[in-house]
Write a protein that binds this ligand. Structure first.
Ligand code: SAH
Length: 406
């Protein structure tokens, strides 16, 4: 890299603590570890350097240690997201290569679906970019200043169009993220093409998708492999609690089996019913608060052969972890009381702040209180199109425990 090129994006000097974090394999530097980011424009690519000694200014004889290239945010608490441990000359080229590699990863590891996450931000070394594919429609989420730049948008849109040839590309905007990144307000809408809705399939089950309606990215692709696992073990009467548009419920419903889905969102249940129709399945959908319904049903002595618990993230931050854990325990306690001997519990948590062990502890405490014994069949996580990087704990968030009850 020439001096001129590095000047255009600028340099960010970080503390020893920040540098140690990078050396341990993480890719984020928090603002509190940034010592200097003079004249760095929002969203620029920067060279990241560490001062060898915080009391000594760099000199020709004692140059700062360069740790690689990163994308800079002038607003986020995560000021720096590394993109390479080496100085990058051509960002456009790097982004194109990473997109190609992300697609190759899916071709290798993702099966039985035409809907999957194509790009998972840090999990695919493209921090700030999420792309989901639903059959012929791509759904894009931009999470950082850098990815929102016109230059990078043009690159990822043209690369995705060339490689995946979608009919349409929609952008889903999270207003909260844009505020945090100090980006101008924007509406969700199409970037390319004319279709905002489509139909997709996973594990042979068909679903409707709408890129503009719906919550999160519209469907829970991260659960795809867990749906198949749950379907593998389940039999008989099933209850899918927090069913949303019927992901688990439809996988559990087979000819002759009775499945009930519960959710507090009527719009979600309306789509769930359409999804059931699409697959020629009959499922009973109940609009209710899951906590109330589980209490009423367990008090009334109802029994099931399989219960799925897939609540929304209860712990949005570390502070409400204790409350969240009480919530998980309560749900699991109610569910365990209603499972017949030999029944299957599928219990999930998508809170990053709730670790796999936290969930196991909550379920274990629920088992003790309900005098049931649980034997673990599978301890699962998110599907392989949501790659988890070992040195970046934030890329791991979904837990799914499948157990048999006696
Ligand atoms: N299992 C679903 C995803 C669940 S997302 C799937 O695989 O597609 C969490 C769901 O919980 C949302 O649909 C939301 O509407 C619902 N929800 C949130 N709080 C609830 C409550 N107190 N009672 C019932 N449903 C609730």
């Amino acid at each position: 890299m020439t001096e001129a090129q590095s000047e255009t994006g600028g340099r960010v000097t970080i503390s020893r603590r920040g540098a140690d974090r990078l050396r341990a394999g993480h890719v984020w530097v928090y603002r509190s570890d940034v010592i200097e980011a003079k004249d760095v424009p929002p969203g620029a690519m920067v060279l990241v350097q560490e001062l060898s000694d915080k009391n000594v200014r760099p000199t020709r004889a004692r140059p700062p240690r360069v740790l690689g290239s990163a994308l800079y945010s002038s607003a986020s608490e995560i000021a720096v997201r590394m993109i390479s441990p080496k100085p990058v000359d051509d960002l456009a080229q790097l982004v194109r290569e990473r997109i190609r590699a992300a697609i190759a990863h899916r071709e290798r590891f993702v099966q039985d679906t035409n809907a999957y996450r194509v790009i998972f931000s840090e999990g695919d070394f493209l921090p700030g970019l999420i792309v989901d594919r639903y059959n012929d429609l791509l759904s894009v989420q931009v999470l950082t200043q850098a990815m929102d730049s016109e230059a990078l948008r043009n690159i990822f849109v043209s690369e995705l169009r060339e490689l995946l040839q979608p009919d349409s590309i929609a952008e889903r905007v999270d207003p909260r993220v844009r505020r945090l990144e100090q980006l101008p307000e924007k509406q969700s809408g199409l970037i390319f093409g004319t279709n905002t809705s489509t139909e997709f399939q996973m594990n042979g089950i068909h679903f409707l998708y709408d890129a503009i309606e719906g919550q999160k990215t519209g469907a829970f692709l991260d659960q795809r492999e867990n749906y198949a696992a749950a379907a593998h073990y389940a039999r008989g009467e099933a209850l899918d609690v927090f069913c949303y548009q019927g992901g688990f419920a439809l996988h559990l419903s087979r000819n002759g089996s009775k499945v009930t889905g519960v959710d507090s969102s009527r719009p979600a249940l309306e789509i769930a019913e359409k999804n059931a129709g699409l697959n020629g399945r009959e499922v009973e959908w109940i609009e209710a608060n899951a906590f109330d319904l589980l209490r009423d049903y367990s008090d009334a002595g109802r029994q099931y052969d399989c219960i799925v618990l897939d609540p929304p993230a209860f712990a949005k931050s570390k502070q409400n972890l204790p409350t969240a854990l009480r919530g998980y325990k309560e749900l699991n306690l109610r569910a365990l009381k209603m499972l017949r001997p030999g029944g299957i519990l599928v219990t999930c948590s998508c809170s990053y702040h709730v670790s796999a062990n936290d969930l196991l502890d909550a379920v274990s405490a629920a088992a003790v209180d309900s005098h049931r014994i649980l034997r673990v069949l599978e301890n699962r996580g998110q599907a392989k199109d949501h790659p988890t990087v070992l040195s970046i704990p934030e890329t791991v968030y979904l837990k799914c425990l499948i157990a048999v009850v006696s």
